[in-house]
Write a protein that binds this ligand. Structure first.
Ligand code: ATP
Ligand code: MG
Length: 159
């Protein structure tokens, strides 16, 4: 299936609205270029939704979460940036492992299972893309999901 990246971002942001509002966190989407993606719309939406929910969960109240989209050389980059707790260098590889959680005692309050990022990594790989991470403890994190853009423009909706 072919689907627009804007719809992915809109739906993923929307699904985090309640969580973000509860912490007075503003989610700021910035779509610089429009593009279409190929594959499972629901899985890609779920991946972006997971990145945003992490950004909200691992950030203090009243901060901002950015969701930037740009297209370079046929690659759609969806970057989710937070000003949260960050992840130490030595943990950065491991957070993509199933059930891995940094500091489980502290993150128990946020009540996750440690599966979110392993799902993101799986969705990225199964769509011919990748997920990368930049982070610095107590500064924040940026997770960048890169997926190949669909070459052909989307057909007009008609029968
Ligand atoms: P789940 O997503 O299954 O509810 P989870 O959020 O703990 O649980 P992941 O999304 O896989 O699991 O994340 C793994 C760990 O990586 C988290 O427990 C947290 O320690 C760390 N982490 C993930 N995203 C961020 C982020 N944006 N900022 C800081 N730490 C993060
Ligand atoms: Mg998570």
């Amino acid at each position: 299936d072919r689907f627009p990246v804007t719809r992915i971002v809109d739906v993923a942001v929307d699904r985090n609205r309640v969580l973000a509002d509860a912490k007075r966190i503003r989610i700021i989407p910035r779509v610089l270029e429009e593009a279409d993606l190929l594959g499972s719309e629901e899985l890609v939406t779920m991946a972006v939704q997971n990145l945003i929910s992490n950004a909200v969960q691992y950030s203090p109240e009243a901060t901002h979460v950015g969701v930037g989209v740009r297209v370079t050389d046929g690659i759609v980059e969806i970057a989710v940036t937070d000003k949260g707790v960050g992840i130490a260098d030595e943990e950065q590889e491991r957070v993509f492992e199933r059930f891995y959680r940094v500091d489980p005692a502290r993150s128990r309050v946020t009540g996750g299972t440690g599966l979110g990022l392993s799902i993101v990594k799986h969705v990225a790989a199964s769509h011919g893309g990748e997920i990368t991470l930049w982070s610095r403890p107590s500064q924040g994190s940026t997770f960048t999901l890169r997926l190949p853009a669909s070459a052909a423009p989307a057909p007009e909706e008609s029968a």
